[in-house]
Unconditional design. Structure first.
Length: 114
């Protein structure tokens, strides 16, 4: 009697190998050097079958001072874009207002993230 398709799929799925704490931390630092955010690093590791909860350490804690919040990073790039636009277009009042608004948003985020 042939096996059912579901049973075949179960046999083909391989369980990921257990990795040590040092290997996990090295892998996190490798991905961080490539420029991935902590969220992307977590997604990539989960696809490989490695979960940070198994090691009891957050990815942001492993990265330490290298870690910057993606929200903070996005607002900084937005502010830089607005500032370059405003320096070229001095009469653009909306850009002037956005520059002030985004700078305030960045300041608040820095204040509360510490």
């Amino acid at each position: 009697m042939p096996k059912k398709a579901k049973e075949k799929d179960k046999e083909e799925v391989k369980k990921p190998e257990k990795v040590s704490q040092e290997v996990f931390e090295k892998r996190v630092l490798e991905l961080a050097e490539k420029g991935f955010t902590s969220e992307k690093i977590g997604e990539m590791l989960r696809k490989e079958g490695i979960h940070s909860k198994e090691f009891g350490k957050k990815i942001s804690k492993i990265l330490g001072n290298k870690y910057t919040s993606p929200d903070l990073k996005n607002i900084q790039t937005k502010l830089e874009k607005i500032q370059t636009h405003y320096t070229q277009n001095k009469k653009d009042r909306r850009a002037m207002r956005d520059q002030v608004r985004v700078a305030a948003q960045l300041r608040r985020l820095k204040e509360y993230s510490q």
